[in-house]
Ligand binder design. Sequence first.
Ligand SMILES: Cc1cc2nc3c(=O)[nH]c(=O)nc-3n(C[C@H](O)[C@H](O)[C@H](O)COP(=O)(O)OP(=O)(O)OC[C@H]3O[C@@H](n4cnc5c(N)ncnc54)[C@H](O)[C@@H]3O)c2cc1C
Length: 481
Amino acid sequence: MGLVDQLQRICGAEFVITHEHQLRTYESDGLLQYAAMPKAAVLPGSAEEVHRVVKACHEAGVPTVARGAGSGLSGGALPHEDGVLIVLSRLRRILDVDLENQRVVVEPGVTNLEVGAAVGPSHYYPPDPSSQVVCSIGGNVAENSGGAHCFKYGFTTNYVTGLEVVLPDGDVVQLGGGKMVDAPGYDLLGAFVGSEGTLGVATKITLRVIPAPPAWRTLVAFYEHMDEAGRTVSAIVSAGLIPGAMEIMDKLSIEAAEAATRAGYPTDAGAALVVELDGPESECEAAFDEIVDICRQNDATGIRIAEDEAERALIWKARKAAFAAMGRLAPNYYVQDSVIPRTQLPQVLTRIEELAREYDVRVANVFHAGDGNLHPLVLYDAATPGEAERAEECAGEIVKACVDLGGSITGEHGVGVDKKRYMPSMFDEPDLAAFQMLRCAFDPAGLANPGKLMPTPRLCGEVPGPYRQHPIEAAGLAERF
Ligand SMILES: Cc1cc2nc3c(=O)[nH]c(=O)nc-3n(C[C@H](O)[C@H](O)[C@H](O)COP(=O)(O)OP(=O)(O)OC[C@H]3O[C@@H](n4cnc5c(N)ncnc54)[C@H](O)[C@@H]3O)c2cc1C
């Protein structure tokens, strides 16, 4: 029996897609610059079906790629042309809400926002990607996703306490302590979170949730220049204050977000800084007054304070819509995701301006300022010859500038297919070899999301020797990523 027949027997014929037109739905994730068609896309309806699908693919020697909502921005869920795409969107059950133990157990296709809704209003799940309406918890785990509130609360990895995982050979294992905080043995849970689908498929996820903060105070301060907003962030941190979130938007981002949301941001402002405090009411009030003073001392031209929940939601609406709103400024954009030590913010923003001039493109900046996690959006028009290439090169130079300033090639969007070429700029060959050994321990056959994350895939068991340049590389005819 062929593999497709087997998949149909496991999941039902209507959940195995092989027709080219239907497969197009899955050809890209959120990074549309990459597209590929799998041989088949399969939508299992249970963890048991995922296990049988992966086992069948493994026995047939066929690569698999897991896909949640497909909102990833590094090509992580890009299909393998000879492989099977395992779409987890039907695994949407919330299995257990255990607020006494501050835990919720969910299937991987549940969205980030649904987790919050399931535990609220008394409890709160802090990691909040701007894509939270659509992105799946399985994708969040695979990417170790962050969001505006991670400055204070930490990333997905700080909230996953247990996982059920289908390994690349189809075996099912439990990683972590389930509802307990920790478990004896190697921290395989820590290794899995952020592994971008290369170590297996998560089919059940246990998350820690926390009591919802009793009070919130939110403001947005406006400035003439970005460096004033950056200075405010540094001054807030230096004062020992820890807001839940600190987000900066530049002039272009404000323009786009305002056009999309009508949130009332002044479009002549050079920068906007959203600051949100949370915690006990009295603590919030005292710290909030101090933050307002710090904004003024750093030349804020205006400060808008949310007086009620509706105004708070509006302030956030503009920030969270910033990516999607870029379509109002240019037909295409390339989202970069890099990190820098927060103190390097002025240097990197100046460098981004220089690069934008050099490559003759516009770059909008919107970022998690507390974490130093930048999201430069390089705008272009794919219909104009050469512009897409210039945008991509400019985005690449921005990554390099961040690494040169002591930062990282990715903050929260992952390496995927898009950034694997930059891995050697952060890691030496022995570091990469250690990653590869871990990967091979989970997936000796190399069938789980191959071609992603690692720059120089080699077969498991192959001994990494010193790097030797191939003659065609030396001749400048090929480049190794
Ligand atoms: C407008 C917009 C805003 C965004 N804002 C943020 C943000 O603020 N913060 C942030 O961190 N990200 C952000 N993202 C990126 C993206 O939403 C996150 O990376 C998200 O976690 C991806 O989830 P997904 O379900 O869409 O995963 P997919 O894109 O489907 O997959 C992502 C990766 O996870 C793997 N994967 C998916 N499910 C599983 C599973 N069950 N088991 C194992 N591997 C799996 C895939 O193989 C792939 O490698 C944004 C994206 C967009 C489009």
